[in-house]
Design a binder for this molecule. Sequence first.
Ligand code: ZN
Length: 114
Amino acid sequence: MNQHTETIVCPECETLQAATVLHSWPWWTYVHKCSHCRYIILESEWQRPLKALPFISFNRNYSPVAIGQIRLQLTQQLSDKATQLRELQREIDCIKNSLISTGLNPNSPFIQIN
Ligand SMILES: [Zn+2]
């Protein structure tokens, strides 16, 4: 089964955790046992660093190492999203060109997506 790892914050002890998400069908499985306090983190408590950042900034004094981990994670997320955006733009261009090749006026309101 496919899976990926996400950094989340344990709602019980507030440590950062590397949690595995299983790509199960029909929904991905978000369950993680905290390696620090053994709390079972369920999907409704899944706090990714982006969501957790204001919380971390205002409520806790995290160690420079933890902040470094968050920074690294966010930098990676940003880079991944930028790559996805470029790929999406290529797909959009490809679909637009296909539409135009069917004889559709490129100025048609149906393809005014920019
Ligand atoms: Zn914990």
